[in-house]
Design a protein around this ligand. Structure first.
Ligand code: NAP
Length: 436
């Protein structure tokens, strides 16, 4: 029987699915011992700090992660930072293979004037703020204005827009960060504008997310039905409309035609609107947009403009990977060939491999495909040190699976009397207290 040792860096969906693929590939002759490293004291990556709190069903995938984590020869090392506590070179030298599953945590920049004004955020800060990520607790979000603008026409923009436009009572039974919930309850925001630069037919929203909008109990959602009809005509003129585009356009039309109840809170969708400038003296006061049109299938500027007065801007226009020493990057991703990092025993999965696209489930097949290549490349097992030894020589304390389970139980117990799935801890010291 041959044992191989694999280090997976990043305890998010792509990392867990990589571990699962290795576990499922075991035979009588082939065995894996898996060490998963995570920078935070808690695992689950975007399932914990990305998925919107009002989408608890999506988070049930964490049960799968826990099953993977409690399978034999799997060890979790939370609170261990690559590059600080252990280097990639050390892992490369001591493990048979290293899997990078560190995602894309840096928000893409708009690159327009005023982007850095106070009151302008990237979703890469705003989302982890409302999801209790310990590094984003102090993001200074001011919700004292009446109007917010969200830039982007993808599901992250939709999540951010919904979180701002919901009646906050609807978030009480969720695991929204306590600091964010408090601010959302006191929020003066009543109008949220979601703005995409291309047409409705090009939007990156997915239809289940669009279809839930007319069901919001305290928020009216506005889309101009003429814009959707024109988009349908343009799409039809190109031939048969792809299924997902048709489903999106139907969902948008249903929103446009849904009865408006005169709620105090409302969401507005704008398409063909490119942000040109964020204006303000000391802080955000207005966003100026260029109006586009679709000509011969191409989105072009008309030269006309409009603006929206607002006190908060969140850009949700995609993400890039943060650099890891020893790896090359291209287009915001780790340079790779189908997940193989050329010339090394390093593999990459998830958003770090393919860029920030796809839903959580996309990572299952993606990670599994990469793990097949990893297995193909295996040669003689290394006799290197394991992570426990590497960390012990440096006197570092990590959060193990058993210790994470204690944190998990304590969070769930704190949520129980409040009717919440959990109250997420944000204080590292408190969490590390469980590591003993
Ligand atoms: P996304 O789906 O790629 O959407 C990004 C949006 O930003 C697009 O509308 C894009 O427009 C726009 N954009 C990019 N650069 C821009 C610029 N300079 N100015 C204006 N707009 C710009 O990315 P995402 O929303 O961050 O989501 C990432 C992935 O996570 C997606 O696969 C998404 O489905 C997934 N996700 C899923 C859920 C869920 O299942 N509920 C929730 C959240 C996220 P163009 O198309 O014109 O480039």
């Amino acid at each position: 029987m041959t044992f191989y040792r694999v280090a997976i860096i990043g305890a998010g969906p792509a990392g867990y699915f990589a571990a699962q693929a290795l576990q499922n590939s075991q035979t009588d002759d082939l065995r894996f011992s898996i060490d998963m490293i995570e920078k935070l004291p808690t695992p689950w990556g975007l399932v914990r700090s990305g998925v919107a709190p009002d989408h608890p069903k999506i988070k049930t995938v964490s049960k799968v992660f826990e099953k993977i984590a409690t399978t034999e020869r799997f060890q979790l090392f939370c609170n261990v930072e690559l590059g600080k506590d252990v280097s990639l070179a050390e892992l490369e030298a001591n493990y048979d293979a290293v899997v990078i599953a560190t995602g894309s945590s840096r928000g893409k920049k708009l690159g327009i004037p005023g982007e850095d004004l106070i009151g302008s955020f990237s979703a890469a800060e705003f989302v982890p703020w409302y999801n209790a990520h310990p590094d984003f607790v102090d993001v200074d979000v001011d919700l004292s204005c009446d109007t917010a603008v969200v830039i982007g026409a993808g599901n992250v923009a939709m999540d951010v827009g919904r979180m701002l436009a919901l009646e906050p009572k609807e978030l009480d039974p969720t695991d929204t960060a306590e600091h964010a919930l408090e601010k959302l309850h006191a929020s003066s925001i009543r109008k949220v504008h979601i703005c995409g630069r291309r047409g409705p037919e090009h939007a990156a929203f997915t239809s289940p997310e669009l279809r839930e909008l007319p069901k919001l109990e305290h928020t009216d959602v506005h889309i101009d039905s003429h814009q959707i009809q024109s988009a349908k005509m343009r799409a039809e003129a190109q031939g048969e409309i792809p299924k997902d585009v048709k489903s999106n356009l139907d969902a948008m039309l249903a929103i446009a035609e849904s009865e408006k109840k005169g709620h105090e809170r409302s969401m507005y969708f704008h398409f063909l609107s490119t942000p040109l400038e964020i204006k303000g003296t000391n802080r955000v006061e207005e966003v100026v947009f260029g109006i586009n049109e679709v000509k011969h299938g191409k989105v072009v500027a008309t030269g006309e403009k409009f603006s929206i007065k607002c006190g908060l801007v969140v850009s949700a226009i995609g993400y890039e990977s943060e650099g890891i020493e020893g790896l090359n990057y291209q287009g915001g991703k780790v340079e790779n060939t189908d997940g193989r990092v050329p010339g090394k025993n390093i593999y990459v999965v998830g958003w770090a491999k393919r860029g920030p696209s796809g839903v959580i489930g996309t990572n299952k097949s993606d990670s599994s495909d990469v793990m097949k290549l990893l297995i193909e490349d295996l040669t003689t097992p290394k006799q290197g040190k394991n992570l426990c030894d590497l960390l012990a020589t440096k006197g570092l304390v990590h959060v193990s699976q058993a210790q994470w389970e204690l944190i998990n139980q304590a969070e769930v117990a704190a949520g129980e009397p409040l009717g919440k799935p959990r109250v997420k801890f944000t204080d590292r010291k408190r969490m590390l207290g469980f590591a003993g």
